[in-house]
Design a binder for this molecule. Structure first.
Ligand code: RB5
Length: 148
């Protein structure tokens, strides 16, 4: 699997660690930045990663900010993106098995290195289960064009 990874200044420390974890598991990881610690706005990097995932079939993304919240909010604005903020292994497993999440969001100020490693392991080991979950994911995808 090819993953595109991005962060903001509050997620940049753990970005290299997460990249290495995925690479060790046999994935290709393409870093879309940032590459220095200057303050940046997380929606800019969420957009870069989401647009690239949507342009490249069968790829996924990883977004890291301080809490993971801003990244997940921004990412879920994109039609076809299902971004899951995971602070624990059960969420990571369910995000893949039930929600077919295509973006993993992490919070560097929330999860330590050990937990991040366990989350990556749970995410990578888990596959979408399809079946009844497919129709629910289809319904999520249809919500993208809802306006009130
Ligand atoms: C940056 O200070 C911080 O607000 C950002 O990384 C993120 O946590 C936003 O959701």
């Amino acid at each position: 699997m090819t993953y595109y990874i991005g962060a903001d200044h509050a997620g940049i420390e753990i970005k290299a660690f997460v990249k290495e974890l995925f690479e060790k598991r046999g994935h290709e990881v393409i870093d879309l930045g940032p590459f220095k610690k200057d303050r940046v706005d997380y929606p800019d990097f969420a957009a870069k990663v989401c647009e690239t995932v949507l342009e490249n079939k069968d790829t996924k993304g990883i977004l890291i900010c301080g809490t993971g919240l801003g990244m997940s909010m921004a990412a879920n604005k994109f039609d076809g993106i299902r971004a899951a903020l995971c602070h624990n292994t059960f969420s990571a497993q369910m995000a893949r098995e039930h929600n077919d999440a295509n973006i993993l969001c992490l919070g560097e100020r929330v999860s330590g290195y050990g937990m991040v490693e366990a989350i990556v392991d749970a995410w990578d080991k888990s596959e979408f289960q399809g079946g009844r979950h497919s129709q629910r994911v289809d319904k999520i995808n249809k919500l993208s064009s809802c306006r009130i």
